[in-house]
Design a protein around this ligand. Structure first.
Ligand SMILES: NC(=O)c1ccc[n+]([C@@H]2O[C@H](COP(=O)([O-])OP(=O)(O)OC[C@H]3O[C@@H](n4cnc5c(N)ncnc54)[C@H](O)[C@@H]3O)[C@@H](O)[C@H]2O)c1
Length: 886
């Protein structure tokens, strides 16, 4: 008789106890091999070896490509053993030789496939383009690493196949493994271990120990050195394994039992369906977890189907597994035979009718074999135990149903969900049914078809996790997120700031993707810009006021044949519905570039249109911060007011009806490609709007200068913007046609835009957004009215910065104490506003006292308040500010 030993740490060894057991040929009942019987000590030795091998890096430290080379060598050794493997597997497990002969070929292919996938396709490292956290700029990526020491525990039905699955996946992904085959069928895995050794897989990487699960299972599932357990077997044992693994919180994947439904529709090709049901059930004597053991048949064809299936079942040839003529071999052992007999008796007691089989099969000269006839139960109710419990033998329940809905309900009425089938001539119908079944695999007009890259696993009590394919291989890895902050400086760290009394964030990031063309006649560059951006069909976005001011015709003319449409229905403080309407028109006209001509409302609409046009769907789908990963539809902007700065910022601010407030799209990819600052476009801006929009730019400049995020690049832009507004606004108000003043105000708006793109804004914006939302106050006017009050509120938190602002506003601060100099900045803004006719009180712009009741709460919750120099948290303080300017 052949002798098999345990394979531990690269050597074939006897069990520590010296004990052995016999492996039986189930076709004859005769022993065929003597096998070393592992106990707890051997399990520990194998785990220790696997741990040492893993930790040494001899395998886990190789590149996936280096491991793939070794797996190819392993596969070659398997190929050399194909004949021996076929005969041994057949004799050991009872598989007919017609099936067992394939394992050498399939196993070697699997090793090659897993190695190759791991080396060439598996995403071991993946950049995360945007972390989804605006407060954590930097680099983030995912690294996948081997999990460690894996334990594979496998059943007796497909000993070699299961050993290839567990060993192949574990080692392709860089792990080490201790494999425990079933004690009824230990030989296949030990032959695979021989091949691993011959192929030079380093010692300790693969270990195989045979023995009773009851004895060594406990050690394997509780040992602290084991990181993962991959178990295939019964649901009952799976539950125990999960419990045992719980104490050391091992990763566990379980492939458990099933009672899968094979649904035969009334339009099925009946001969195909009969063969599918037959193969789906009696393949390997029904000792297959994913078998379709509940055949659900449409009532219209039930009788004909049952009749045909009975005929075919009775034709199946039961015989010795090595006889090439056999289609059914023996069951694996006497215990399994007894289980099948018990269930067949039970089914009869429950009222099911034995249509075929129902008793042992005799095979001449092999009285000791465990043979049973393919057995069909008709008239089965799904509630019967034979239809609910896994029998794991050649017994099928045929159940009648009326209508698809009942078929789906019956299929899902099970604690299991491993697999299933649908037979129908209509793929659409089959798919409709298959999608409704709660199960891990559905075959249409087929059964038992596997692929190395097709995931396998269970819903419900059929298991946890998946095997095979990407999903299966990923189960053998850990995910590590790697993060590097954009600057390694605790003061730039937003999160650590929570523990700091100094809210200043000196983080510097300066992105200016916008090409700015400024000056008289700069509109003439627009044609060249469209060409440069690779576009041909431009749509102008604007609003009625801008159109009425006669600013659109020159743009149309300059665009010449690129002009392809116009959308002008944009109200002040635009909303998502407006964006959707503009997108609809752009889609209709095949637009590939947007030209926004107007103030912030138009430009922000344009940004959202570019995103929606590029990515599809509705504007609301794209309300997100830092989510885009590629350039959007090109966008040229021509600002026509004295200042939102939107032409160079990465923000679009848009009202959302459903959110009841303004929402933001913030992303570097929405920053416009080109800004044309042609003063001709602002000459028509009435004095009122000239002032309020300029005060929007002023607010950007002051708030970014004083924000917790300000830095020297921002400060330079902000101070220059403040200076330009102070110097040019009175002139532009007095003489709207003064081109130089107009041009300087445009440059101020753009410069202030850059400043707040770097450093964000603050409380004045939070309060202004709220006024826009609750009382429809135009954004610029609201900003201006609250700005001086907010500057005074911040005076002790941004004293130096406000003093610099005072200087830029023309105040001579030399003789002033710092705090007085800072206060002087607020006074100077107020004077400028008064001199230019800006509204000074909220009641002047239609705000009522009642409307202000909720305003402080909204303002505190507005994101802009986060960056204010002085922390904003007390609604009473904010209410007081609103009162001051009411
Ligand atoms: N994305 C950003 O970076 C950013 C920055 C600040 C503000 N905003 C947003 O911008 C919007 C406010 O923009 P806005 O203040 O520019 O106002 P706006 O775009 O709403 O325009 C105001 C009015 O001015 C008229 N107008 C514009 N130019 C004209 C001209 N040359 N001649 C005659 N009339 C003209 C328009 O027809 C409109 O009626 C707000 O929704 C605000 O939230 C966005």
């Amino acid at each position: 008789m052949e002798q098999y030993k345990l394979f531990i740490d690269g050597e074939f060894v006897d069990a520590a106890s010296g004990e052995t057991f016999e492996s039986i040929d189930p076709g004859s009942g005769m022993p065929i091999a003597q096998v070393a019987k592992a106990g707890a000590a051997d399990a520990e030795a194998a785990i220790d070896a696997a741990r040492r091998a893993f930790d040494s890096g001899i395998w886990s430290g190789l590149t996936p490509a280096q491991r793939a080379d070794k797996l190819n060598a392993f596969a070659d050794q398997i190929t050399q053993q194909t004949l021996r493997m076929a005969i041994t597997e057949s004799m050991d497990s009872g598989q007919i030789i017609g099936l067992a002969k394939y394992w050498g070929m399939l196993g070697s292919q699997m090793l090659r496939n897993f190695g190759h996938y791991a080396a060439t396709r598996f995403p071991w490292q993946e950049e995360i383009p945007y972390a989804g956290n605006v407060f954590a700029p930097g680099r983030d990526y995912i690294r996948r690493e081997p999990i460690g020491v894996c334990v594979g525990i496998i059943p007796w039905n497909f000993p070699m196949s299961m050993a290839f699955w567990k060993i192949g996946q574990a080692i392709a992904m860089g792990n080490t493994i201790v494999l425990k085959p079933a004690s009824s069928t230990p030989l296949g895995a030990l032959i695979i271990a021989e091949a691993a050794k011959a192929a030079g897989i380093p010692k300790g990487v693969v270990n195989v120990i045979a023995g009773p699960g009851g004895d060594i299972g406990h050690t394997l599932c509780t040992h602290p050195s084991v990181d993962k357990i991959a178990f295939t077997g019964s649901t009952e044992v799976g539950r125990q394994i999960m419990k045992m693994a719980a104490d050391t919180v091992k990763k566990v994947t379980l492939e458990l039992g099933g009672k899968s439904a094979n649904i035969i529709c009334e339009d099925a090709d009946i001969d195909l369906a009969v063969e599918g049901a037959l193969f789906g059930t009696f393949f390997h004597q029904g000792q297959v977890c994913e078998s379709g053991t509940r055949v659900l048949v449409a009532s219209k064809i039930y009788d004909e189907f049952l009749d045909k299936m009975k005929g075919r079942a009775e034709q199946l040839r039961v015989g010795y597994q090595l006889d090439p003529a056999s289609q059914q071999g023996p069951l694996v052992n006497a215990t399994q035979l007894a289980t099948v007999e018990r269930y067949v008796r039970l089914g009869q007691e429950e009222g099911a009718q034995v249509v075929a089989g129902g008793r042992r099969a005799e095979v001449a000269g092999l009285d000791g074999g465990f043979y049973y006839k393919p057995t069909i139960f008709g008239g089965v109710k799904n509630s019967m135990r034979v239809a609910q419990e896994e029998i794991f033998g050649p017994v099928v329940c045929v159940i009648k149903y009326d209508g698809e809905e009942e078929a789906v309900a019956l299929a899902n009425d099970s604690i299991y969900g491993l697999a299933g089938g649908v037979f129908s001539r209509s793929n659409a119908r089959a798919e409709r049914i298959a999608r409704q079944i709660k199960t891990g695999t559905m075959w249409v007009n087929n059964y038992h078809s596997f692929g190395d890259f097709c995931p396998f696993g269970g819903y419900k009590q059929s298991g946890v996790g998946r095997e095979l394919g990407h999903a299966g291989l990923a189960e053998y890895t850990q995910i590590k997120r790697m993060h590097f902050p954009a600057s390694a400086d605790h003061k730039s760290n937003f999160t650590m700031k929570l523990f700091s009394d100094d809210p200043k964030v000196p983080f510097v990031q300066y992105i200016t993707p916008t090409l700015v063309l400024a000056g008289h006649g700069s509109l003439s560059s627009i044609y060249r810009e469209v060409v440069r951006l690779g576009s041909r069909r431009a749509m102008i976005l604007t609003d009625a006021g801008v159109r009425k001011a006669g600013l659109i015709e020159p743009v149309q003319e300059a665009l010449a044949e690129f002009y392809a449409g116009i959308f002008d229905d944009i109200s002040q403080d635009t909303d998502l519905a407006t964006v959707d309407a503009a997108v609809a028109l752009a889609r209709e006209k095949g637009i590939d570039i947007i030209v926004s001509v107007g103030g912030g409302s138009v430009i922000d609409t344009g940004k959202a249109v570019c995103v929606t046009l590029k990515n599809g769907g509705k504007a609301d789908d794209h309300v997100a911060l830092m989510r885009l990963s590629e350039p959007q539809i090109p966008h040229i902007v021509i600002p026509t007011t004295s200042g939102t700065g939107s032409e160079v910022t990465n923000v679009a601010v848009i009202k959302s009806g459903s959110a009841g407030r303004k929402v933001y799209i913030i992303d570097n990819y929405i920053t416009p490609n080109t800004a044309i600052l042609d003063p001709q476009f602002t000459l028509t801006l009435p004095p009122g709007l000239t002032v309020t929009t300029a005060l929007d730019a002023m607010t950007h400049a002051v708030e970014s200068l004083t924000s917790t995020m300000s830095n020297p690049i921002c400060d330079g832009h902000a101070l220059q913007a403040i200076r330009l507004i102070r110097q040019n606004l009175p002139t532009a108000v007095a003489d709207g046609r003064d081109e130089q003043a107009r041009g300087n105000l445009q440059i101020a708006a753009t410069t202030a835009g850059w400043a707040f793109n770097i450093a964000q804004v603050g409380l004045a914006h939070a309060m202004a957004h709220t006024l826009g939302m609750l009382c429809n106050v135009p954004h610029g006017a609201a900003c201006g009215i609250v700005l001086p009050a907010v500057m005074r509120y911040n005076v002790d938190h941004a004293t130096d910065k406000l003093a610099l602002a005072a200087q830029a506003l023309g105040v001579s601060i030399g003789a002033l104490a710092p705090r007085d100099a800072a206060m002087a900045a607020a006074d100077a803004v107020e004077q400028l506003m008064k001199a230019c006719g800006h509204p000074m009180r909220l009641k002047e712009v239609g705000v009522t006292e009642e409307a202000l009741a909720m305003a402080p709460f909204h303002a505190i919750a507005d994101a802009a308040a986060l960056f204010n120099a002085r922390p904003v948290s007390d609604p009473n303080e904010i209410a007081e500010l609103y009162k001051q300017v009411f």
